[in-house]
Write a protein that binds this ligand. Sequence first.
Ligand code: GLY
Length: 537
Amino acid sequence: FLFFFSTFLKAESFAVATRHHLATDIGMKVLEEGGNAVDAAIAVAFALAVVNPSAGNLGGGGFMLIHLAKTDETLSIDYRERAPAKSFEKMFQDDSGKVLKGLSLNSILASGVPGTVSGMFFVSERFGTKNIKNLINPSIKLAKEGFVLSDFQAKNLNKYKQKFLRNKEAKKIFTRPNGFSKGDILIQKNLASTLEKIQRNGKEEFYSGDTANKIANFFQTNGGILSLIDLNKYKIRMLKPVCGNYRNYDICSMAPPSSGGVALIQMLNILENIDLSKLDHNSEEYLKILISAMDYAYNDRAKFLGDPEFFKVPQDLLISKKYADEIYLKIQEKKLPSKVNVKIIEGEETTHFSIVDKWGNAVSNTYTLNTAYGSGIIPTGTGILMNNEMDDFSSKPGYPNAYGLIGSEANKIEPKKTPLSSMSPVIVFRDNEPYLITGSPGGSTIITSVLQEILNVLDFQMSLEESSKKSRIHFQHLPNVLFHEQLDESLIESLKKEKKLIKRKLGENHSILIKEDTVEAFSDKRRPDGKASSVYK
Ligand code: GLY
């Protein structure tokens, strides 16, 4: 009886965790009014494009993982950017083969063909229950009437002023002569009218309508290669999620072109060889085994991961228990993959949200413009910030991208190809039901932040709030630098013997944990403005 009772209660609960409180409120309202998790996700995604312009977007792309309770299916949608048809392997190199710094980040060549609008309309048609027009309404209002900037947002916009000054429309919207201050209202009139047209004309507005023409004309007249045909031909992909099991749990995440799912399952498989719960959390022994698992997984990431339509990713091997056991053996024998030193520059953008509805459906969504505010380029009249996702390709094998990640042949630039990503939306299942829904921004640090959230909850039984307060580490094979947030001095002294240590803030998880007697939603406090709401019945 008790079991039935608790399951019944759980089934009536719902929750939303996002990067911005206004987006969370919008998502909760959709759920309260009887929409499902996918409806809420669409409303949240459009809202974040307005209130979280550094990463929320119409001009970017992402991955959505959906669990459908009724059919017990878990699906994933790849609505990430594709390389324009005119792109080519050496497009960011000069004649001597030198990579032209910044071209893949800040120039008119930096953008892939955006997928967000297509992705939202696809999931609405396939899995939604509410009219998408109504789900876009709150975003139009926010863009038209404006919203109040937080202190963090005002400062963040000021920080990127130089980026905005290079584009006429970005300058007008996102800069002020004396900078923004907390409490200023940010109005985005052109974005509001673009959203209204999308609402009226559907996704065609973005891919073949007036907005598509504006985007294509802007790129053409400014020396870009992204064309109207690229927009016309954009297609989302439904991909089989990559799933594995870890102790008593099943875990699904995003398959290639994300490296997230594969690396995550690979690390979990390695770590399954020891009972982590017997170790002290963040003790030297614990951190060392984590670092080794990260070392091997990021080494394989660089060698083997790319768009599976262009490169045969040995996914089955990488996520097999046998392969992980072999790596674990090497770790025990203190064998390391070889090292090369490269410089690293880290970004902290991208945004994740988690949603569950009262029927037990779950959405785990990560989407992005790549670095903060993407390329900073807005095609005139659209209000749409364009992505700089072309930087996620390897401009040259051996040359690091903005996140310091080395790419190889697997991730070289090819027309229509999708750049490799680290975005790792995750759903963890317990007894076949969604248990933990999580994900994070943070470029290459996404995967390790998500890993540590999973370990904290599954192995150390932490609440989401406790987990978020724990210092995280990040190691990515190259360079030989251990990033950490706040390790004890004695630990730092000891770890310093093997690696350079750099202190920095790592990923920020927006997660939901569905327990038998409660639903915990938590929005990471590493940055302000986020909000998590849950209704537990
Ligand atoms: N642009 C960040 C990522 O896709 O991982």
